[in-house]
Design a protein around this ligand. Structure first.
Ligand SMILES: Nc1ncnc2c1ncn2[C@@H]1O[C@H](COP(=O)(O)OP(=O)(O)O)[C@@H](O)[C@H]1O
Ligand SMILES: [Mg+2]
Length: 269
C-alpha cells in the first residue's frame, strides 16, 4: 500500500566495542542526512547517554519519568512523539539515566528484545531513524538490531576490530535464527583514521577492504579535531561554523543510505 507518509528507513549504528566512533558516526551521518534534506530522528539507546548530553540535552538525561526508559518498559503506553526533543539538525529521542536498569528488567520480560520495534512501529514523521547503541552486546543492542535491521558498522583501524566484528556477527546470526529476522550490513565506516598510517592501520584498512568491499561500501572517516569540536558544541560538522574536510565522505555515506531508502520505498509499492 502506498501512502503519503512512508515508513522511515531505520539505521542501527552498532559495534559493541567502546570508543570506536559509534556516537560520532551516528551524529555526523544524521547531520549529513539532514543536510541533504532528510527528516531524521536520532535515538540514543546507550544508558550512558553520551549522545544525549553531547547534543546538550543534559536535563532530559536526568529528567523524571516518562522517558525512553518508560517507553521501552511499556511501549504501548507511550508515543515517540511525546518524548522527542528538537535539535537544530534532527530530532532526538534522548537516553535517560533510568536506562541503566533496563537490561536487567528486559531480560526476563515478554518480547524484551522487541521493545524498540514496538515503540518505533507507529513512527512515520521521518525519512531516517538512526539508533546509537551502547558499547555492549546486551539486550538494548539486540533491540536496536531487531528494530532497524540495516546495520552501519563503525570500526577502528586496529587489530582488535577483527574479533569485535566476529562477535557482532555471531550475535546477529543468533538473533536471525531466533527471530526469523534478516539483519543486513549496509556500510562500514572506518572511524578515526589517523594519517600518516602506521603499519597496523594500513593492514586493517586492507583487511576491511578484502573482507567487506565486495558486499558493502567501506568509508573512511579521518581523525579531525573539527569533529571533536563540533561534538563538544552539540552538533555535527554540518552545523558547525568551521570547515571540515570530512564532510564529503559523510555526504557519501548519506547518499548511500538515501539510495538504499529509495530502493526500499520502491520495493514496498
Ligand atoms: N573522526 C574522528 N575524529 C576525531 N575524534 C574522533 C573521531 N571519531 C571518534 N573520535 C573520538 O573518539 C572518542 C570515541 O568516539 P565515540 O564516538 O564516543 O565512540 P563510541 O560511541 O563507539 O564509544 C571520542 O572522544 C570521539 O570524539
Ligand atoms: Mg557512544
Amino acid at each position: 500500500m502506498s501512502s503519503e507518509r512512508s515508513e522511515p528507513y531505520p539505521i542501527v549504528v552498532s559495534n559493541q566495542k567502546g570508543g570506536v566512533g559509534k556516537t560520532t558516526v551516528a551524529i555526523n551521518v544524521a547531520g549529513a542526512l539532514s543536510d541533504a534534506g532528510a527528516r531524521v530522528l536520532v535515538v540514543d539507546l546507550d544508558p550512558q547517554g553520551y549522545l544525549t548530553t553531547g547534543v546538550g540535552l543534559d536535563e532530559e538525561y536526568m529528567r523524571d519519568p516518562p522517558s525512553l526508559y518508560d517507553a521501552l518498559t511499556d511501549p504501548q503506553a507511550h508515543s515517540v512523539a511525546d518524548l522527542v526533543c528538537e535539535h537544530q539538525e534532527f530530532d532526538v529521542l534522548p537516553a535517560n539515566i533510568d536506562m541503566f536498569n533496563l537490561e536487567q528488567e528486559l531480560v526476563s520480560a515478554m518480547r524484551g528484545r522487541e521493545r524498540l520495534s514496538m515503540l518505533l512501529e507507529s513512527v512515520d514523521a521521518y525519512d531516517f531513524v538512526v539508533v546509537d547503541c551502547p558499547p555492549s552486546l546486551g539486550i538494548l543492542t539486540d533491540n536496536a538490531l531487531l528494530a532497524c535491521r540495516n546495520l552501519l558498522i563503525p570500526a577502528e583501524a586496529e587489530d582488535t576490530s577483527i574479533r569485535a566484528l566476529d562477535l557482532l556477527f555471531k550475535q546477529i546470526d543468533t538473533l536471525e535464527d531466533n527471530y526469523g529476522a534478516s539483519i543486513t550490513e549496509r556500510a562500514l565506516v572506518v572511524s578515526n583514521v589517523d594519517y600518516p598510517l602506521d603499519g597496523e592501520q594500513k593492514g586493517m584498512l586492507e583487511w576491511f577492504d578484502d573482507t567487506f568491499a565486495d558486499r558493502i561500501p567501506v568509508f573512511e572517516l579521518r581523525s579531525r579535531a573539527a569533529i571533536k569540536r563540533a561534538f563538544n558544541d552539540g552538533v555535527s560538522v554540518f552545523a558547525h561554523d568551521e570547515e571540515c574536510d570530512q564532510r564529503e565522505e559523510l555526504e557519501r555515506v548519506a547518499a548511500h543510505f538515501v539510495d538504499l531508502a529509495g530502493t526500499q520505498e520502491v520495493a514496498q509499492r
